[in-house]
Ligand binder design. Sequence first.
Ligand SMILES: [Cu+2]
Length: 70
Amino acid sequence: MTHKDIQVNGMTCGHCVETVTQAVNSLGGIRQVSVDLDKKQVSVDFDESQTDSDAIASKIIEVGFEVVSS
Ligand SMILES: [Cu+2]
C-alpha cells in the first residue's frame, strides 16, 4: 500500500470535495481517499500494483482541478 498527499488547486466547497473523491475512487486499486479543503490536499492510499500517482493526478485534472504537486 502506498500513501500519497497531492496538492490540488481549485477545490472550494463540499461539492468539489465530493467530485474529487468520487473521481479518484473510480480508479482501480484505490483504498482510501480523504480531502483537506483548508490544506488543498488530497490524501490517497492505493495499491501500487494497480494504479500510480500519475493516473490519480490525471483523473483529478480530468474533472476540472489543477494538480500542483503529486
Ligand atoms: Cu466546490
